[in-house]
Design a binder for this molecule. Structure first.
Ligand SMILES: NC(=O)C1=CN([C@@H]2O[C@H](COP(=O)(O)OP(=O)(O)OC[C@H]3O[C@@H](n4cnc5c(N)ncnc54)[C@H](O)[C@@H]3O)[C@@H](O)[C@H]2O)C=CC1
Ligand SMILES: CC(C)CC(=O)C(=O)O
Ligand SMILES: [Mg+2]
Length: 356
């Protein structure tokens, strides 16, 4: 039996609810693959601040570095939004990503057949969509110095070093080789020098991947193209800010932000997180869609734990549950069986037994 240590960071708001669901699924799947998984929960974000006066304690950081993989819910909320900028939960999330060197955020946007009617977009536009956003996660304008504001102005800096663009471009080309062999690099090179630099480096890296088709797209057009014709995309590679925005737009293709998982990867550590936030508008009401987090767990089994069959099992359970008509409020449609977070989780657990 293989022993695996996972650190879970439920965080704030619905982060607590979706990670509780994920823990049950991990515990159900692990024995089927001869895994002994220990899940160690730590405070992170606003809940950590309330308990310890710090959003990210040294203890939590050390635990993450000591784990085989980290599972994150979400952080932030109105309770902490008036803290100074660098003391907010969101700043702690950036710090955690930086400390763990998680420079590649892989965000698949795949439409489940059963959900082709859950999006407000036309079915024939979204059905069959399957692309991945490869978002640079530890650089760009979220990290650049100088940054700040005073009474007269506010400022941030978007900067990319050559090695940062090279390594994320390689991630995207390598992924495209395993998929549809097409990369779209999204930038704003018609206005921003940092984007001109980005484009130049991506094209240099492309010389090593001539079997992959590369095209460039400005981010404003890309935002429109993602909803106009999402099937044109295979792998999208882009900077931290643009990737954050483009992947939330992709949520509408799949029906809801509550459907989009992600893997945040570096050379040493791996963290799995849904792309959504702490959703204060529905927090504590048992309404959150847990599927983005469960699909993130599937990615964890596929990547870090090298058990693609376990990942597939979770995806099959999600498909099975959706095809039986169970839906949380964010993806509900006519005739569906409206389910709470816990009811959806119970259905997934039932399906996990049925589909293997
Ligand atoms: N990774 C993280 O920890 C992130 C944290 N945040 C933080 O979360 C807080 C709220 O941010 P918002 O802009 O409202 O974004 P959000 O992603 O939390 O919510 C946006 C909308 O989507 C809905 N939604 C999100 N996830 C859902 C799910 N699993 N099931 C059903 N509906 C879902 C929410 O109810 C809300 O209407 C802020 O403090 C923000 O900074 C935002 C994004 C990512
Ligand atoms: C703190 C933010 C950068 C979180 C977020 O919106 C994201 O990572 O998608
Ligand atoms: Mg975001």
């Amino acid at each position: 039996m293989r022993s695996i240590k996972i650190v879970s960071l439920p965080g704030d708001g619905i982060g607590q609810e979706v990670v509780a669901s994920a823990v049950q699924v991990i515990e159900k799947v692990a024995p089927k693959f001869d895994l002994e998984i220990s899940i160690e929960e730590h405070l992170f974000g606003g809940c950590s601040y309330d308990a310890h006066g710090e959003m990210l304690t040294e203890e939590t950081l050390a635990a993450c570095k000591n784990a085989d993989a980290v599972l994150l819910g979400a952080v932030g909320g109105p309770k902490w939004e008036n803290l100074p900028h660098n003391k907010k939960p969101e700043a702690a999330l950036l710090k955690l990503r930086k400390e763990l060197g998680l420079y590649a955020n892989i965000r698949p946007a795949k439409v489940f057949d059963a959900l082709a009617d859950a999006s407000s977009l036309k079915k024939d536009i979204i059905q069959g969509t399957d692309f991945v956003v490869v978002r640079e996660l530890t650089g760009g304008i979220y990290f650049g110095q100088p940054r700040g504001y005073d009474e007269e102005k506010g400022w941030n800096t978007m900067v990319y070093e050559k090695y940062e663009v090279e390594r994320i471009a390689r991630q995207a080309f390598e992924l495209a080789r395993k998929r549809g062999k097409k990369v779209t690099s999204i930038d704003k090179a018609n206005v921003l020098e940092v984007s001109q630099f980005w484009r130049q480096i991506v094209h240099e890296v492309h010389k090593d991947y001539q079997d992959v088709v590369l095209n460039d797209m400005y981010v404003d057009n890309a935002a429109m193209q993602v909803v106009r014709n999402p099937k044109q995309f295979d792998v999208i590679v882009t900077s931290n800010l643009f990737g954050d925005i483009i992947s939330d737009i992709s949520g509408m293709i799949t029906g809801s932000l509550g459907m989009l998982p992600s893997a945040s990867l570096g050379d040493k550590y791996a963290l799995y997180e849904p792309i959504h936030g702490s959703a204060p508008d529905i927090a504590g009401q048992n309404k959150a869609n847990p599927l983005a987090t469960l699909a993130s767990v599937a990615m964890m089994f596929e990547n870090t734990l090298d058990l693609p069959e376990a990942g597939k099992l979770i995806y099959s359970a999600i498909e099975d549950t959706l095809s039986k008509g169970y839906r949380t409020g964010d993806i509900k449609s006519e005739g569906c069986k409206l389910a709470s977070t816990t009811e959806m989780t119970e259905q997934i657990l039932t399906s996990l037994d049925a589909v293997k």
